[in-house]
Design a protein around this ligand. Structure first.
Ligand code: AHG
Ligand code: MN
Ligand code: MN
Length: 351
């Protein structure tokens, strides 16, 4: 007998029933994000067919070239949520400042932060991309929200998730009660529960995921850890496998299901790393922790970091608990100025 089909809508409603005081506002935000995800998915699937590829010629706030799909995704999400009356403000990778809800629309008690299209350099080559989102409760008194509302640590997130536009489109989210994955059934346009209660395997598959082209710019501890995982250390002759898509959503999704670790370390050119704390690292950290994994900047939990700037960056180590703990041990040696090669067995310990 086939299992009963659970749409994302039903899943959200059933979760909400556990909170009799819930107003439904929060559920509506999640539906609207799912709707935006479906619209972006449709465009991504047609990216090779319609005249949407190529550069717009503009650059985003980070000086990176913006492609049309980035702008499309940015606008679709904003417009899917600007009039619902549940948000007081939004923030996006593609906009320098906080985005206030337009005057003609009512406001609400939540804020949404998002990376509309993650891994956008992969669009032209038909490789997976994604959308990342993070929801906080409003804390300021300002009706249309202020910086205080968007600059909250990850521990204060009330929901986080992503949509991966891969071989199929999947939406994965958490509201602090486990991690649940839904696969888009394109013929009916519904996200159906396909991966209930996801848990990161720990120890998981021995996979590390990093842009190793940056090796020469890494700290000694970072280099030693990757050497260790490559089996170049006498303490670990058995190499891990390497996988790196270059879209964090895709690399993280694999890490969530198979285990291992995705990292984007600090390096000599990017001393704070590359990924953005508020709409890349923190939402993925909430998912990782909810799935029994871990996310760290190398020293402390990503979720504990108090943001100071909307677009601030952070180094990121995320995945199976044993791997992230190992990363923290290797990186701690940088602080102590340890000699290369000292004690990798003790540092790696459980892996
Ligand atoms: P975005 O497309 O939103 O700017 O993010 C790209 C990010 C992330 O998805 C990925 O992990 C990383 O950049 C890849 O960077 P490198 O090309 O430096 O490896
Ligand atoms: Mn991104
Ligand atoms: Mn992006």
């Amino acid at each position: 007998m086939s299992r009963s089909v659970i749409t994302i809508e039903r899943h959200i409603i059933e979760a909400e029933r556990q909170f009799p005081e819930a107003t439904g506002a929060f559920s509506n935000i999640l539906y609207d994000i799912a709707l935006a995800g479906k619209m972006i998915s449709r465009e991504v699937r047609r990216a090779g067919l319609v005249d949407i590829l190529g550069y717009t010629g503009g650059t985003n706030v980070h000086g990176e070239t913006v492609k049309k799909l980035d702008e499309y995704a940015h606008e679709v999400i904003f417009k899917a949520l600007d009039h619902c009356g549940h948000l007081c403000a939004m923030a996006s990778e593609e906009a320098e400042d906080i985005l206030h809800i337009p005057e003609q629309f009512p406001t609400g008690n939540y804020v949404l932060l998002y990376d509309p299209l993650d891994g956008s350099s992969n669009i032209d080559v038909n490789v997976s991309v994604g959308t990342i989102f993070s929801v906080h409760r409003k804390i300021s008194a300002a009706e249309r929200g202020g910086m205080e509302d968007v600059l909250q640590p990850g521990t204060r997130q009330v929901a986080a998730g992503y949509v991966v536009y891969g071989s199929s489109t999947m939406l994965v989210y958490t509201t602090g009660n486990g991690v649940h994955g839904f696969t888009l059934e394109p013929s009916i346009g519904e996200f159906l529960l396909s991966h209930p209660n996801i848990e990161i395997p720990s120890p998981g598959q021995r996979i590390y995921s990093v842009n190793e082209g940056n090796y020469s710019r890494w700290s000694k501890g970072q280099q030693r850890m990757v050497d260790y995982m490559k089996g170049m250390d006498t303490e670990n002759p058995e190499p891990f496998s390497a996988r790196y898509v270059g879209s964090m959503v895709a690399d993280f999704h694999r890490t969530l299901l198979y285990g291992g670790m995705f990292m984007y370390p600090a390096d000599a050119r990017n001393p704070e790393g590359k990924l953005r704390l508020l709409y890349e690292a923190a939402p993925m950290a909430m998912i990782a922790e909810q799935a029994g994994g871990m996310a760290s900047d190398g020293e402390r939990p990503i979720m504990s970091i108090q943001p100071r700037d909307l677009h601030e960056r952070t180094p990121l180590y995320i995945g199976s608990r044993d791997c992230v703990e190992m990363a923290e041990r290797f990186l701690a040696e940088d602080q102590k100025g340890a000699k290369p090669g000292s004690g990798s067995a003790a540092i790696a310990a459980v892996v």
